[in-house]
Design a protein around this ligand. Structure first.
Ligand SMILES: [Zn+2]
Length: 114
């Protein structure tokens, strides 16, 4: 059984990134099931596609740094970009994309706090 014994341990180095990745799939799935019952699978797939915002990581060096806070570091994770994602909530055709992006930012923000 793999679980963190305490922060900073080798297990935590593996566990938390995997948990983070799992939550990026699970939280949109739960949201889609609750908010878009009739089209939950379609909504979940659209929200999963919003993960492409992580492509802005290729602009950073190193591309992946487990200790780095993505929020307001990468361009598509910046406060102005997040403001645009909030505006998407007001456009019915783009609302699911906005929700997916904001869930993504919220999950990334957890990395900044923990
Ligand atoms: Zn991200």
């Amino acid at each position: 059984m793999i679980y963190p014994s305490f922060p900073g341990s080798k297990r935590a180095d593996v566990f938390f990134p995997l948990l983070h990745l799992a939550l990026h799939g699970a939280i949109p799935a739960v949201t889609a099931r609750l908010a878009f019952r009739e089209i939950w699978l379609q909504a979940w797939l659209i929200m999963m596609l919003t993960m492409v915002v992580d492509l802005d990581h290729v602009l950073a060096s190193p591309v992946y740094d487990p200790g780095r806070c993505s929020i307001n570091f990468h361009p598509l994770h910046s406060y102005p970009a997040i403001g645009v994602y909030v505006l998407l909530l007001f456009l019915p055709q783009l609302r699911i994309i906005g929700i997916g992006l904001l869930l993504h930012m919220g999950l990334d923000l957890m990395d900044c706090i923990v």
